[in-house]
Write a protein that binds this ligand. Structure first.
Ligand code: AVJ
Length: 311
């Protein structure tokens, strides 16, 4: 059966190339099918996964100051808006005039945006379907002044430093001189704390990682047998990143229409990187991307940081 669309055909080519690479890789964007999105929301509530709740606490503790610095009536552009839950809290804090939710998943986005409209009837809410790795061009009728790009959750951690720099540069390009970027960044800390956050006792992160294989079975028509694979999450100190892998328990052959790969016992598929920064290093990256100044807030344990960067 030929793929239903050119976009799907391109995805299939990309996935097959990743599976054939040495080492094999799967892009983390394939985590987020319907099941994966539910699992990710469960991750954000796990006791070990401190990121979401720590970012929320920072935003709560310093909300007034953030609101004062941003001012009322800004145009918020949230990248990877997802369920718009963080958007609601931010809108309550800073009372923007316009909110633009950008995400790759159209279905999910329109639903979430409707919820936001109900919660803030006076707010001008727009939905833009776009890939953050693409152009990042916004429709012409979105106000160009007083923009606040919002990129919470340490999603920037998925990109290696050159790609993160390029993405920050594209965000900077959306802003006039009076714009700003509000971004959440996870910080370097004790390895045991980091590894537990990505390998929780209840096995939710393991299920989230393994679910990517179910997604590929459906998308690609592959025949991954999930019981042959185990979840691994390890901190790579040299590269300052958590790496998630799927490791074969035994020699196994995986096939899909047009391809196959043999994996040896212990061989891994690299599914995600999650970079952890020191505040000074991230501030330097912001500077390189064209942000001249920034304010930074953190929690008492210095687990996570929220930065407001200005051109
Ligand atoms: C959505 C990329 C911020 O890296 O912490 C959580 C994804 N992966 N647990 C992260 C994730 C495994 C998450 N980000």
């Amino acid at each position: 059966m030929p793929p239903a669309s050119p976009a799907l055909a391109a995805e299939i080519t990309e996935i097959a190339a990743g599976l054939g690479a040495a080492p094999a890789t799967i892009s983390p964007k394939y985590f987020y099918d319907a099941e994966g999105s539910v699992l990710f929301e469960r991750i954000t509530r796990l006791p070990e996964y401190y990121l979401t709740r720590t970012e929320r606490a920072i935003m709560q503790a310093h909300g007034e100051e953030i609101g004062r610095q941003v001012g009322r009536g800004a145009t918020v552009i949230e990248l990877g808006a997802g369920n718009c839950e963080k958007a609601r809290r931010l809108c309550a804090l800073i009372e923007p005039g316009c909110f633009v939710a950008v995400d790759i998943s159209a279905d999910f986005l329109h639903q979430a945006v409707d919820g936001l409209r109900d919660a803030f009837p006076a707010l001008d809410v727009r939905a833009v379907v776009a890939d953050l790795l693409g152009e990042l061009a916004l429709p012409d009728d979105i106000p160009a002044d007083r923009r606040l790009v919002f990129y919470p959750g340490s999603s920037i951690g998925n990109f290696d430093p050159p790609a993160a720099l390029a993405l920050l540069g594209r965000m900077r390009a959306l802003l006039a001189a009076d714009g700003a970027l509000l971004i959440g960044v996870d910080l370097v800390k004790d390895v045991a704390v980091l590894e537990a956050a990505y390998d929780d006792a209840a096995g939710v992160t393991a299920a989230f990682n393994l679910n990517v294989l179910t997604h590929l079975n459906r998308l690609l028509g592959a025949d991954f047998d999930l019981v042959q694979w185990r979840h691994r999450a390890l901190f790579n100190r040299e590269k300052s990143r958590i790496e998630m892998h799927l490791e074969a328990y035994a020699d196994t052959l995986v096939t899909w229409p047009g391809g196959s790969r043999h994996f040896r016992r212990g061989e891994r598929i690299h599914t995600e990187n999650s970079y952890k920064y020191r505040i000074a290093d991230f501030a330097h990256l912001l500077e390189l991307a064209g942000f001249a100044s920034c304010s930074c807030w953190t929690d008492p344990g210095h687990a996570f940081a929220v930065l407001l960067a200005r051109p």
